[in-house]
Design a protein around this ligand. Sequence first.
Ligand code: OFO
Length: 172
Amino acid sequence: MVSKKVEKALNEQIEAEMASSQYYLSMASWAETKGFNGVADFLYKQSDEERGHMLKLVKYINERGGQALVPALKGQPKSFKSLTFVFEELLKHEISVSKQINELIAICLEERDYTTQNFLQWYVSEQIEEEALARTIMDKMRLIGNDKGGLYLFDRDISTIAVTSAAAANPA
Ligand code: OFO
């Protein structure tokens, strides 16, 4: 059984995961309208992953005797300054989610809820992977700058960057 305090914190995490999913979806849609189809596919996938993170929390809270709450949708930006800006935001966002997960774990320890703390370890590993991926992408974006040819190749190759970075973050 989760305590009220842990339940509240987990519900806040649901909101954070949902906000990530919505934010990345708006980025994906914007990128698609700008002709960056590779980037759009990548962001649609990230958005789906975040929804998956949210669902995992919903099921966990309910399984542990709490009630998962579905938060209201917040508005999302319609446009973004540049691709670099999109990925800067993505990295910033992931870093803040990692912090939030750490705070959530601190609450679990305070409440001596080792089961939830254990459950949250999955999110800790996931965040390491997602931050590593966002950093790899940002490094590439910095190299490319506004070079059109570079952006074309980046858009074409982003799915490979994602696979390589995931393998590096999770060596077999
Ligand atoms: Fe990448 O935010 Fe979920 O965990």
